[in-house]
Design a protein around this ligand. Structure first.
Ligand SMILES: Cc1cc2nc3c(=O)[nH]c(=O)nc-3n(C[C@H](O)[C@H](O)[C@H](O)COP(=O)(O)O)c2cc1C
Length: 359
């Protein structure tokens, strides 16, 4: 039986255990998007866990999705991340960068453009937190074929910069209603060209992005995150047959590459859908059951020990407990989670959670 604290080698990426720090947006960067000394400290503190996945990072200004989001679009941002990667490596752990295109989920005060870009010119019908408080998200521009080519190229350049910064790998964000999910989900993709309509067509952009990045950095350093039927931020996937066909098309379209891992966010770990995705992928699968309740030790153990997945992504408990793996392994009490400081600027709630024994 595989245990939660067993190490693993996934492609070129090494995990000290099966507890993976989930990608977590923390909004602590300045407008320049350069990781700061605070970012170095934050990730270094959490290097005790099996693997770190960074917060979703933008690779071009237009795809910024949050205020305070760090980037991997410039040499200066790359240099900031180099220090983060180095600090994590000095603790004996590895770190993967999640790179993302927010698509339509942005505001002029976040990305500096009047509109975001998406599969179709359909507003998500949600508000986002901008410079002046919550604002309605504008209708995006539908990407044309040159725009799609640019997105694939820029995604790939961002991945290259991440590896050049010393990251051990790159995770493509295909989840949670951001650009690639906006192409996958029928509610947000009304295109009539080869990127819309059938499951195969809606999966095409994600496949092109993955294939292009694998070609650039090597598939053994590449992961993909998906969240089928998450039904969040206006990306609705309500027909399970269509969902299976769409994600099967995506996984079939990258099967020959053998990417390092697939990270799935789905609420029910024991569902047929999770089993279907795992079988369709065939490689190392990381699971997270989403925002309903925080991932706790019992659930994490159940997922790995009962072979529902190969690893578990843990979010909020690792925000509050930098040394979560150590605490879980030794049955130690946990710090309470302060959700009020998830996205606030400054060190409080970011780098001042105590380690075990220092409370
Ligand atoms: C503050 C916060 C920020 C998040 N940012 C991201 C992100 O940048 N990329 C991503 O794929 N998921 C993001 N998520 C989702 C988490 O990776 C994870 O799926 C979620 O927290 C549920 O896991 P948990 O119950 O262990 O916290 C975020 C969640 C939270 C709470």
């Amino acid at each position: 039986m595989t245990g939660l604290f067993d190490s693993a080698q996934v492609g070129a990426i090494h995990l000290n255990n099966r507890i993976i720090m989930a990608p977590l947006t923390r909004s602590r960067a300045a407008q320049d998007g350069i990781p700061t000394d605070m970012h170095i400290e934050y990730y270094k503190q959490r290097a005790d866990n099996g693997l770190i996945v960074t917060e979703g990072t933008f690779f071009e200004d237009i795809n910024r999705a949050f205020l305070g989001q760090p980037g991997i679009a410039t040499a200066e941002q790359q240099e900031g991340w180099r220090k983060v990667a180095q600090a994590v490596h000095e603790q004996g752990s590895e770190i993967v960068m999640q790179i993302m295109h927010g698509g339509r989920l942005t505001l002029p005060s976040i990305n500096g453009f009047d509109q975001g870009e998406s599969s179709s010119a359909i507003a998500p019908g949600v508000t986002l937190h901008g410079a002046e408080g919550r604002e309605e998200v504008p209708t995006p521009v539908a990407l044309d074929s040159e725009g799609i080519e640019r997105v694939v190229r820029k995604f790939t350049e961002g991945a290259r910069r991440a590896i050049d910064a010393g990251m051990d790998g790159v995770e493509v964000h295909g989840a949670n209603g951001y650009l690639l999910h906006q192409f996958l989900a029928p509610s947000s993709n009304h295109r009539t060209d080869e990127y819309g309509g059938s499951p195969e067509n809606r999966a095409r952009l994600a496949i092109e992005v993955i294939r292009s990045i694998a070609d650039e950095i090597g598939a053994d350093r590449l992961g993909l995150r998906i969240s089928p039927m998450h039904n969040i931020q206006g990306c609705m996937e309500e027909d399970e047959n269509d969902v299976r066909a769409t994600y099967k098309a995506l996984l079939d379209g990258i099967a020959d590459l053998n990417i390092a891992y697939l990270s799935v966010l789905y609420q029910d770990a024991e569902s047929d859908l999770v089993a279907f995705l795992r079988e369709s992928f065939g490689g190392f699968m990381i699971l997270n059951t989403g925002f309903g309740t925080e991932t706790e030790l019992d659930e994490a153990r159940h997922i790995v020990e009962d072979d529902l997945a190969d690893g578990v992504a843990v979010g909020r408990e690792i925000i509050a407990n930098p040394d979560l793996s150590y605490r879980w392994k030794n049955d130690l009490p946990l710090n309470p989670i302060d959700s009020d400081t998830f996205y606030t600027p400054g060190p409080h709630g970011y780098i001042d959670y105590p380690m075990a024994g220092q409370e």
